[in-house]
Design a protein around this ligand. Structure first.
Ligand code: SF4
Length: 333
């Protein structure tokens, strides 16, 4: 059960190029780090990232620091928590903030036992916080992370003694400078690449070393997979107020804000003159090779199912490919 390659280096290189820009990911020296991490970890218990983002933004707009949180009434916190559900988390968050401020001088204790004594914090959250806030060499073991390790060594995750496994591989797993990034990169990698169903093995930077991918069963299956060429056009409606019209209707998950009619035969369709060609992208997902043409037109009108979004404001919290489109469109102004 030894890992025989530089896992942190590969995962961190992937993370640096593909990480989502989430509002709680502040700089290492930011004074908001503990508050933002604590709040987001509580919100993310039982709730998906995309649901948490607007709630996190609303919450931090009203309550800006850990100290101000600790002075809030329960009623105020529950009101702000509305829409997220599992209200016990909000109560625990408030109790934890009071303890941190009074007993620990607004800091997080440095040992796992002390962190786990805080209300609403179990083993996973305690490790995540120690890694993210103090850069400690820990792994926050959620379902995503278990799956990544179990696939890399190709062993059923229920048969892995993770404590023993991490101890055995600690010299390969931890990197003094970037433990906190590694904690997050692993979770992100499990959520976006080494997914529960249809992992993106073909584009995965670990595939040469991954035993699951290289196992004969998987290998044969992949060998027999037919690579399909897919052709898409993205049509961007843009107006002079620097807004782009987006819709939820589409064929591709990672481009889920754009309307993407597929061109079945791979040849160009007749595109009316008012659409201007901007750029061609090539990408691959699973067994598909994608060829994507980006077109735009300036227009004050748009189809009914679309809504206008500010190109500048929305840039931060969108998937990286969509961000590329936004950046490309921005140069038109
Ligand atoms: S090659 Fe596939 S199974 Fe292995 S780590 Fe990458 S995505 Fe996961």
């Amino acid at each position: 059960m030894h890992i025989n390659f530089n896992l942190p280096k590969k995962i961190l290189a992937w993370y640096d190029n593909n990480k989502r820009h989430l509002p709680w990911r502040v700089g290492k020296r930011s004074t908001k780090k503990l508050y933002y991490r604590l709040l987001s970890e509580f919100m993310l218990q039982q709730t998906q990232v995309k649901t948490v983002i607007p709630h996190f933004q609303k919450f931090t707009k009203k309550i800006k620091t850990l100290n101000s949180l600790s002075m809030c009434s329960e009623k105020k916190i529950l009101k702000l928590w509305e829409g997220l559900g599992y209200y016990r988390r909000a109560k625990n968050l408030l109790s934890t903030s009071k303890i941190l401020v009074k007993r620990y001088n607004s800091k997080l204790p440095k040992t796992i036992d002390k962190v786990k004594e805080l209300p609403g914090i179990g083993n996973y959250t305690a490790n995540a916080l120690l890694g993210l806030v103090y850069n400690q060499p820990v792994i926050a073991l959620d379902g995503n992370v278990k799956r990544v390790f179990s696939r890399i060594i190709n062993k059923d995750e229920n048969k892995i003694n993770f404590e023993k496994f991490f101890d055995l591989n600690k010299s390969k797993l931890f990197n003094e400078k970037r433990n906190s990034d590694f904690v997050e990169a692993l979770m992100e990698f499990g959520a976006l690449i080494c997914k529960p169903k249809d992992p993106e093995c073909k584009i995965c930077s670990l595939n040469k070393s991954c035993k699951y991918f290289n196992s004969s069963r998987k290998f044969k299956k992949n060998k027999n997979k037919i690579i399909k060429n897919r052709y898409y056009n993205i049509f961007c409606y843009i107006n002079k107020k620097k807004q782009i019209a987006l819709t939820k209707k589409n064929n591709l998950g990672f481009l889920n804000e754009f309307n993407l009619p597929e061109i079945k035969d791979g040849k160009n369709i007749l595109i009316t003159k008012d659409w201007k060609f901007l750029k061609k992208y090539n990408n691959s997902i699973s067994n598909k090779k994608l060829s994507i043409n980006l077109y735009y037109k300036f227009s004050n009108t748009k189809p009914k199912s679309f809504t206008w979004h500010s190109i500048e404001k929305n840039k931060e919290f969108i998937p990286s490919f969509t961000k590329k489109i936004f950046n490309q469109v921005s140069i038109l102004f």
